[in-house]
Design a protein around this ligand. Sequence first.
Ligand code: NDP
Ligand code: GDP
Length: 345
Amino acid sequence: MAKKKALITGILGQDGAYLAKLLLERGYDVHGAARPSASWNDWRLRELGIAERVTIEAFDLLDYENIRRLVDRVRPQEVYNFAAQSLVGSSFEQPLYTADADAMGVLRLLEVCRSVNPAIRFYQASSSEMFGGVSAVAFNESAPFHPRSPYAVAKVFAHHATVNYREAYGLHASAGILFNHESPLRGRQFVTRKITSTLAEIKAGANVTLRLGNLAAKRDWGFAGDFVEAIHQMICAERADDYVIATGRTRSVRDFVGAASAALGFDLDWCGSGIAETARERRSGRVIVEIAEEFFRPVEVETQLGDAGKARRALHWAPSVEFETLVMMMARADYDRVMSGRALM
Ligand code: NDP
Ligand code: GDP
């Protein structure tokens, strides 16, 4: 039997790499799409040992003709759209670009799938940021959207476009509303990996300080490896639908710093408050963490908590990695990278 062919946009990012590994293990022919570049930075694919097993194609969410030619040539049965300007903080600096890539880019891709082969199964990477986080209850698929960043506004458009193509044209188009998911392959601009990579550098003797913004923000943090499993189950399901994917537990950025410090053997002593708060290593008195205005956002999503009950019932999905294990995994991976002289990407 011929192998199933999948096209993963954003393959060089965290989720693209984990999903590529999962699909290869399941016998797929994996094509990845990445922004045109003289030399693709495939460090995540290399860390997972799959760089030689995927075909990477040049692709830009901003360019309709390029997307059409690519899908027409590759002829995938499944398209997973992970490509995006994915940084919430940067979206306040680049709102127009974010909308063009994260909203219009998805419409371009949907339109291409519809015209090239409406039998393509399509996955859209929707985000818990669409909910906003103005209430302390767990969000499920029926919760109203209240986007609080240009990133979230664009993701809401893309989400509705995905549902619309399913309803209007019968496309097998699913959207996973994923809460934050992390791993040793997370980008260093995100707070979790920023924390583990910087603490690992300090542990190894580097003269740096961990500078953070809002320590009180709470996120429902899961493991990316678990979350791509749910994504594949959505694509394989008989009926396309939308699913919240989350762990159902929420922790603060301060909790994450505490767990990562413990994982790396730091005993922190917090003192001061607000912008003047610091954390010192109790033994040496050295400042490890300080607060910096520049990492606060114009408007913040304070609390995120997801209810993945529908995915549990319909897809039989459940997360397998606990918060403490996730933090430990990330801290150890960064410490190993630093100690073996590998660059922190
Ligand atoms: P990453 O930032 O790691 O990966 C996104 C990829 O998209 C990058 O490789 C980036 O390439 C690429 N990209 C950016 N702009 C364009 C463009 N114009 N054309 C083509 N490619 C582009 O994100 P994740 O893997 O963590 O997330 C995957 C998807 O899931 C994203 O859409 C994200 O918004 C969404 N999501 C993620 C969550 C999470 O917690 N990880 C939670 C909810 C949703 P380059 O490196 O060149 O910039
Ligand atoms: P997000 O949930 O997609 O925005 O993921 P991030 O990892 O970028 O941010 C998670 C939370 O950490 C947000 O509430 C941020 O405001 C907060 N945060 C606090 N300090 C920092 C920081 O230095 N960098 C980032 N990226 N976020 C920070």
